[in-house]
Design a protein around this ligand. Structure first.
Ligand code: CA
Length: 230
């Protein structure tokens, strides 16, 4: 599967050239022209990596970064025109995964992005497999406490049910096949009773849906699997 890069850049010429560079390299590209659009696009579709211009009008790159970080651990590469910001950006305060300074070469940028992705995949504490704290559609999922919080109400959730919700919510808007869900939630622990998934879906709906029989969030895709509709 192609890596999905979200590019947040207000200058059209940069945006266009970034799209060109990454599409040519086989990435799926989503473009956002403002910080707000960037946050919305991330909430809607997620991304494997975010390329974030620091100097954005209205909602700044720093604010976009923080908004994304409260939702996800996705790698973020900052793009900046100002050298003197670099220390601050890569410093602990923000914790971006890398940065590039404008003007940049397409080759260098792609190499850096691939490096960041590789680092994430190859690191021994592969955080992509560990559920991360996530906020989507008003639900906040805390994997350390196994809690779901919405409208100020926090409920504790059994581990498999939590994992199921996390898998669905972290792929919001995308359809996951039954097998893909089973692999991610149960892995080798799954002993082939196909009802197990349905039972957990039912319990999860009972927990988060206003009308579990007419689910608003956890939708069935007939003959395929399930999707979380943000
Ligand atoms: Ca800019």
């Amino acid at each position: 599967m192609s890596d999905h890069v979200l590019i947040v850049e207000d200058e059209e010429t940069y945006r266009d050239s970034l799209r060109f560079i990454f599409e040519r390299e086989g990435f799926d590209v989503t473009l956002a022209a403002t910080g707000r659009e960037g946050i919305d696009a991330f909430e809607r579709d997620g991304a494997d990596i975010v390329l974030l211009d620091l100097m954005l009008p209205e909602v700044s790159g720093t604010d976009v970064f923080r908004a994304i970080r409260t939702r996800s651990d996705v790698p973020v590469v900052m793009v900046t025109a100002r050298d003197d910001q670099i220390d601050k950006i890569i410093g602990l305060e923000l914790g971006a995964d890398d940065y590039v300074t404008k003007p940049f070469s397409g080759r260098e940028l792609v190499a850096r992005v691939r490096n960041v992705l590789r680092r994430r995949e190859g690191s021994p504490d592969d955080r992509r497999d560990e559920p991360t704290r996530l906020t989507v559609a008003g639900f906040t999922l805390d994997p350390e406490r196994l809690t779901i919080t919405r409208d100020g109400v926090t409920q504790s959730v059994p581990p498999k049910e939590f994992a199921l919700f996390h898998v669905l919510a972290s792929h919001a808007g995308r359809v996951l096949t039954r097998q893909a869900i089973i692999d991610r939630v149960w892995g080798a622990d799954y002993f082939g009773d196909t009802k197990t998934l349905d039972v957990h879906i039912k319990r999860l709906r009972g927990r988060i849906e206003e009308q579990p029989s007419l689910p608003r969030y956890v939708r069935t895709v007939r003959g395929v699997g399930y999707t979380f509709e943000p």
